[in-house]
Design a protein around this ligand. Structure first.
Ligand code: F6R
Length: 664
């Protein structure tokens, strides 16, 4: 795919079973669903549909009315529309837009304002007429809001309703900010945000307390009157609510279910978002399946977990009683199938993540040779290496591999101002104690710290609206560098030449909304890979972090690999292993390497995570999980070990899990 959309990943999730005519999933999904491998392709499809409609209306000398959303879901659609405007001359002169919502109260210039969002992603970059743009006004006095909302709906009606409405879906099932409890006929109005929505919004606000309690949202009624609706959902974190919206009963508790009544709504989704739909989660429940090895493996693991019976104790009855008769008929008997699945699962376990020299590696996740491998562990933020694979990191170093760790971003937005201030004070005291203000270098530092202090005072007064000045960002980045070095040292890596701080430019926006990934980012990653020529790359595959940084960082690696794919060492010798950690874990059937560890090794990992002091207790952007990172990591690693034990394998304290990506 050309243009900016090329910069997105190909997920390596298992393919869904071949579609069989006898599938009855349409009965379950009450809104037609179009599943795309990647959100970029899906977004390009939506953008093209919009562009086509704009052009058609233009030919008929008519305006087109678009209902627009903000949030992460429509961003790639807007990017693609902007590209079409720039490269293909798509004009927005006949476009009239109505946005779904705006926080209340909210100044249009504020970093989190939806006015600013729309300007930055779309309106400033195309030739839309300013008078054609409508976004709920977050600055109105309270007593004027009701009339304003009535007027908003009337304007939409006067234009003949919305032609194409773009929607995202919130974890509460909200569309727009129509939270649970909203009714079908609800008009545009002032609403209270659900606690979960406010928690999700902390990804854009420095603190939860700063997230407004209210918003103005277009009502369900005007949304339902749109002629065509595209409901967008990307990523695994959307999977549960998407399943409820598409398969659940219509209920005001999940407002997106109202869309089931709309005749021309399409859900446009990526592979990760459909994981919880019945036909993907348990395809054997909705019809006949093509029982290849992967699907059989998945079904048996599911059955064992479902029944609580270890794999080798599953009987034909367990299969029949749980809707897996077909599988047993196909495989003849449960005994052989159980053994097959058990062996495959057992072979994922290894204490030798870099391969075991002198061992038969036919069934091992990693090659035996070369005995000493070159390894790069890519860490999107400065702490993902130890949070997600601290124990494996330790093993790789201990087992004598040449381990490099590459911190992809500075992580500077996730340091509290009060922590930065401590370091600024440290610098000041150090300078003063030396009594060397005459030294030009120290005088220079003092000038900078003064500037930072002044800025912090101003920021404190004006709340969270200011973007950190470069000097403060530098201090914050340095704090994280120091922690990263200490963390890596705690798992045994001492050679400083093997620490690489890439500070990818896409991240350096000073705010949670990042710049798009560009050639400069990919070049930095490519150059490191070229220099080290690793046999193994470990990269973050947990694509649900709050700001999408992990996804962008993985894309940078994938694109760098693409650029290097013609080199023999890359194509043949370089395995790419994906880890997950802070945000979610692999489903068990996707794990290809599970590295078990002991209680002592778990303690070492915990100590390494503790080195990240700026992230302790309450980091600035904790995401939707309130637990501290070390707790999340341990609970996930213990849970993986528990699942293996429950399936009938050996009992370990904890396990880190990896999946190999075969992208070349
Ligand atoms: C945004 C809006 C919301 C979002 C929803 C999903 O204008 O009205 O309903 O669409 O919260 O947000 P993202 O896309 O960020 O996951």
């Amino acid at each position: 795919m050309s243009g900016p959309t090329r910069l997105y990943m190909t997920t390596n999730l298992p393919k869904p079973p071949k579609r069989d005519l006898r599938y009855q999933f349409r009965d379950l999904e009450k809104i037609p669903v179009k599943v795309w491998e990647e959100s970029a392709e899906a977004s390009a499809y939506v953008a093209q549909s919009i562009a086509l409609a704009i052009k058609q209306k233009r030919q008929e000398n008519e305006n087109i009315i678009l209902g627009l959303a903000t949030g992460s879901s429509p961003i790639q659609v807007y990017n693609e529309l902007v590209r079409m405007h720039r490269e293909e001359g798509l004009s927005f002169q006949n476009v009239i837009t109505f946005n779904l919502d705006e926080y209340y109260p909210m100044e249009p210039t504020a970093v989190q304002s939806y006015v600013r969002f729309m300007n930055e992603y779309l309106f400033d970059k195309v030739d839309i007429r300013p008078e054609n743009i409508h976004i709920p006004d977050g600055t109105l006095p309270l007593e004027e809001v009701e009339d304003y909302c009535r007027e908003y709906d009337k304007k939409i009606e006067d234009y003949g309703g919305i032609d194409i409405q773009i929607l995202g879906i919130g974890r509460t099932g909200h569309i727009g900010f129509n939270e649970p409890g909203s009714w079908l006929e609800s008009p545009t109005r002032l609403v209270r945000l659900d606690a979960l929505t406010r928690l999700d919004a902390t990804k854009d606000f420095a603190n939860e307390e700063d997230v407004p309690y209210r918003a103005i949202t277009m009502g369900i009624k005007p949304i339902m009157q749109a002629k065509v609706i595209y409901l967008l959902a990307w990523g695994q974190h959307k999977a549960p609510i998407l399943a409820r919206a598409l398969e659940g009963e219509i209920s005001d508790q999940v407002p997106a279910t109202f869309l089931q009544e709309h005749p021309r709504t399409r859900a446009i989704v990526d592979r990760a978002a459909v994981e919880e739909l019945t036909r993907f989660r348990v395809p054997w429940k909705v019809g006949l399946c093509n029982w290849d090895d992967d699907l059989s493996y998945r079904a048996v693991l599911w059955l064992s977990q479902q029944t609580g019976v270890p794999i080798l104790k599953l009987t034909n009855e367990h299969y029949s009683e749980n809707g897996l008769q077909e599988l047993i008929l196909e495989k003849q008997n449960s005994y052989d199938l159980n053994i097959e699945v058990f062996n495959r699962l057992q072979r994922t376990i290894t204490g030798w993540p870099g391969g075991k020299a002198n061992a038969d590696d036919e069934h091992r996740p990693e090659r035996a040779l070369p005995a000493k491998k070159r390894v790069i562990i890519f860490s999107p933020h400065p702490d993902d290496d130890v949070i997600s694979m601290g124990a494996t990191f330790h093993r790789l170093v201990e087992q004598g591999h040449e381990v490099h760790v590459a911190y992809q971003t500075s992580g500077n937005i996730a340091v509290h101002d009060h922590d930065a201030l401590r370091f600024v004070e440290f610098l000041d005291e150090f300078s003063a104690s030396k009594g060397q203000f005459s030294d030009p270098l120290i005088a220079e530092v003092a000038k900078k710290t003064k500037k930072i202090r002044k800025f912090l005072e101003k920021k404190n007064k004006e709340k969270n609206d200011l973007i950190d000045i470069p000097e403060l960002r530098l201090v914050k980045g340095m704090i994280r560098r120091g922690e990263a070095r200490a963390g890596a040292r705690a798992v045994g890596l001492t050679d400083e030449k093997r620490f690489h701080f890439l500070d990818l430019p896409f991240y350096e926006s000073g705010r949670s909304r990042k710049k798009p990934l560009g050639p400069a980012d990919v070049k930095i990653v490519r150059e490191l890979i070229e220099k080290v020529k690793p046999h193994q790359i470990f990269a973050a595959g947990d694509l649900a972090d709050p700001h999408g940084t992990h996804r962008i960082c993985l894309n940078a690696i994938l694109l760098a690999r693409q650029e290097l794919k013609d080199q023999q060492w890359m194509k043949k010798d370089c395995y790419l292993w994906l880890y997950r950690g802070a945000w979610m874990e692999w489903p068990i059937h996707e794990i290809e390497m599970a590295v078990p560890f002991s209680p002592d090794q778990l303690r070492t990992k915990r100590r390494a995570i503790f080195m990240h002091q700026s992230q302790k207790d309450r980091p600035p952007f904790p995401g939707q999980d309130e637990r501290e990172f070390w707790v999340r990591a341990e609970e996930r690693n213990r849970e993986t070990a528990d699942i293996y034990r429950g399936l009938g394998l050996a009992e370990y304290e904890a396990m880190e899990a990896f999946r190999r990506m075969r992208d070349l």
